[in-house]
Design a protein around this ligand. Sequence first.
Ligand code: GLY
Ligand code: MN
Ligand code: MN
Length: 488
Amino acid sequence: MADELNPETPEEEQPQKKHKQRKNGLYPGVSEELAENMRTGWADTELHDLEPIAQAGHTADRRAALSARFPGERLVIPAGRLKTRSNDTEYPFRASTEYAYLTGDQTENGVLVLEPTGETGHAATIYLLPRSDRENGEFWLSGQGELWVGRRHSLAEAEQLLGIPAKDVRKLADELAEAEGPVRNVRGHDAGIEKALTDKVTAERDEELRVYLSEARAVKDAFEIGELQKAVDSTVRGFEDVVKVLDKAEATSERYIEGTFFLRARVEGNDVGYGSICAAGPHACTLHWVRNDGAVRSGDLLLLDAGVETHSLYTADVTRTLPINGTYTDIQRKIYDAVYESQEAGIAAVKPGAKFRDFHDAAQHVLAEKLVEWGLLEGPVERVLELGLQRRWTLHGTGHMLGMDVHDCAAARTEAYVDGTLEPGMCLTVEPGLYFQADDLTVPEEYRGIGVRIEDDILVTEDGNRNLSAGLPRTSVEVEAWMARLKG
Ligand code: GLY
Ligand code: MN
Ligand code: MN
């Protein structure tokens, strides 16, 4: 649907038009009479006595921790801006993880500013677009007007919901440009804010802020664990949806699987947390197969790696490798069971006090053993592991932190993450795999084109771990029984 406010403007100028306003306050083609008419006759819809969002207490704690880490400095954390898809259409907006983590808000153009209140402490303000002005016609004449994009919360409403004082974001860039004192900004989300801060920030100091916010998310609070479980539960239902329509996918393509899972994600959550990998047959050997335009054939495997993102932006990241016709062949089962055994070893190594690398090492050890046992690699296993020879077929690390980003905490320092120690409240994936490319001449033909990954979302608890995705079967026998039940 095009912006039709100004039918006199030639079609090719329409996209720019929405941002232009004439000096007299009117757009071309809008009479004074119409403008006057549109100013009035609207009900007051202001909302009062709103309850704070469920995570308001947690976001306050997160801001307090951030404040303590950077005393005396102004901290600027933008949500990000809309990205143009083409002309006057935009990609779906997804607020920056840092902003959503600290505010619970997800509105485009929003910016959280922590203003130092002295040597210690900060005052937080959230800068947002206010309700559209009806006096100057903005609400129906601007492309960002509420008539076009939907009602926004007023600043007073946002304050009640988020528990943070709110101000008009349109004045923020000027305020920041004039402000004195040290400042740090989370980069990469808002070019306007970055421009205003150009002479006041350094890349190194901004990176320290990004690293801090990445590491702060490693241990999840109670709200976050609840949201991750919700994401996983929806994902389990999405996998069940897929199994029920495998015949339709066989009649069409992997896209049917992608669309089926997406429906669950949009109905129960915000979106998928990453592009679904719906990899049938040899596509399973392409780690990030998101084209999803291939055939789905009986007798092949389907590697489905997908996750629902909740409305609060926490995502699951789950993989199952399923026999499309419901029964694994002997060679598929042999490879699947090896990956399962590897995953079992990996999950058993997830516990507080263990090194982050331990579960990877445990899982790789099993896979190397299998590859030696099958005669694909010459032993001993320790030599294989030392030289990393198993990696021709294991390809990737065995897991990563999970949270608001599928690869959460990605900016954390090596010592805090890859070389770090597991603590209760951390959530991570354990996802070993074996992948025999279709053109791999170093393995017997029967292996070629088979890729298997099993991925679960594991919470580190006080005494070990909890598999959040235990709602999906993992052993080959359980997977077959589950599929038979769903296909009925
Ligand atoms: N879905 C991407 C991954 O498993 O890391
Ligand atoms: Mn995955
Ligand atoms: Mn993963």
